[in-house]
Design a protein around this ligand. Structure first.
Ligand code: NAD
Ligand code: DAU
Length: 351
């Protein structure tokens, strides 16, 4: 019997890289991608997999309890890798309830469905919840988040993710559900929706538009190439210990302003522009409400226990990313053509 692995949010940025890795690496698994195709979900991300015999897509919303129960009854997954979520902090500030629905209620629906299905046979089963370093709050100039750092979420997004992490642990302790959780730092790479800093800046530089930097650009993020996150997810899904949490990070901290200066340099080179041309587009705008100062991850547990390390240096990763966006203009134009123009003007005009 082939194993069936249900991946939620597989049409999104990170999910599409996880689906591709699992479909190609494990021909003996059936990979079922469940996604509601919100503004952030895009099946074009998975075009190359459509004909693969071990891949299938099901359109469903994780907030729909009945639909989720039926998917579990029909497909009987042996494992779940749960990525579906509302993922953008700025949107959570303007519409927090959408985040509570998908990230908290949606996660509980999946937990209940897995609990019912695996009630009498938990052998080889695993509910893997993909979470974020933002649950740990905000760091000062020094220190790193470890798996023991107390939760201190500060945005509606991070509070909803923290809440979903607590639900997953509660289902483990109360119902003995086999679970594993990972908390990762900022991802970058191909297929990221251009509401997030790096693809937004790439698109604006390309069109010689202002690059909006919140506040003074002094906030710090730890950036990891998305394929390295997908490789860590594969490892943790197969070898992570039941009930454990693993932090994943790039050991690659940048202030936003330095990151954008670096990106301008790479873009000038890639577009054949004069060095220093794009940096002139940098514009400081009103800060994000409650903007977390610094995130930084200690991935020591994952590195020692499961022998993971990032495969790419940032220089190479950012060049690959720029190259992908410049070669995939059609992808960018398609995702920009929907409601994004409205979102952009609401978020940035008069800021
Ligand atoms: P994304 O916004 O690009 O994709 C989210 C996907 O989930 C989309 O395909 C969307 O259609 C789907 N989705 C949203 N709500 C849904 C619902 N109610 N039912 C079914 N599908 C739904 O997000 P991403 O950046 O790829 O993040 C994926 C996961 O990884 C999220 O759980 C996020 O919290 C976590 N994470 C992201 C980062 C990052 O830097 N992007 C870092 C750490 C953790
Ligand atoms: O740390 C992991 C998290 O990283 C994930 O859980 C989230 O899903 C993901 O969106 C990301 O959150 P951030 O808020 O850190 O990512 P974002 O790309 O929105 O912003 C990165 C930094 O850049 C942050 O300090 C805010 C700043 N920023 C962002 C935008 C969109 C700007 O200065 N200008 C902008 O226009």
């Amino acid at each position: 019997m082939k194993k069936t692995i249900l991946i939620t949010g597989g049409a999104g940025f990170i999910g599409s890289h996880v689906v591709r890795l699992m479909v190609n690496k494990y021909p003996g698994y059936r990979i079922l991608n469940l996604d509601a195709l919100t503004y952030a979900g895009n099946l074009e991300n998975l075009k190359d997999l459509e004909e693969k015999p071990n891949y299938a897509f099901v359109k469903a919303d994780i907030t729909d309890e009945k639909a989720i129960r039926e998917v579990f009854e029909k497909h009987k997954p042996d494992g779940v890798i749960h990525l579906a979520a509302e993922s953008h902090v700025d949107r959570s500030i303007s519409d927090p309830l959408a985040f509570i629905r998908s990230n908290v209620v949606g996660t509980v629906n999946l937990l209940n469905a897995a609990r019912n299905l695996w009630e009498n046979d938990k052998e080889g089963k695993c509910f893997y919840h993909i979470s974020t370093d933002e649950v740990y709050g905000s760091l000062g100039a020094t220190g790193l988040f470890t798996e023991e750092t107390a939760y201190d979420p500060r945005s509606p997004y991070s509070a909803s993710k923290a809440s979903s992490d607590h639900m997953v642990r509660a289902w483990h302790h109360t119902y003995n559900l086999p679970v594993v959780i990972s908390n990762c730092s900022n991802n970058y790479g191909p297929n990221q929706f251009p509401e997030k800093l790096i693809p937004l800046a790439i698109n604006n530089i390309k069109h010689k538009k202002d690059i909006p930097i919140y506040g003074k650009g002094e906030n710090v993020r730890d950036w990891l190439f998305v394929e390295d996150h997908a490789a860590a997810i594969d490892l943790i899904f197969h070898k992570g210990r039941n009930g454990e949490t693993y932090n994943i990070g790039g050991n690659n901290e940048w202030t936003n302003i330095d990151l954008i200066r670096k990106l301008c340099e790479v873009m000038d080179k890639a577009l054949g522009r004069e060095p220093g041309e794009s940096v002139k587009l940098i514009t400081f705008v009103k800060d994000r409400a409650g903007h977390d100062k610094r995130y930084a991850i200690d991935s020591g547990k994952l590195m020692t226990e499961l022998d993971w390390k990032p495969s790419l240096q940032f220089e190479e990763g950012i060049e690959k990313t720029v190259d992908w966006y410049l070669k995939n203009e059609g992808w960018l134009e398609n995702v920009l053509s929907g409601d994004y123009a409205n979102y952009y003007s609401q978020q940035y005009d008069n800021r």
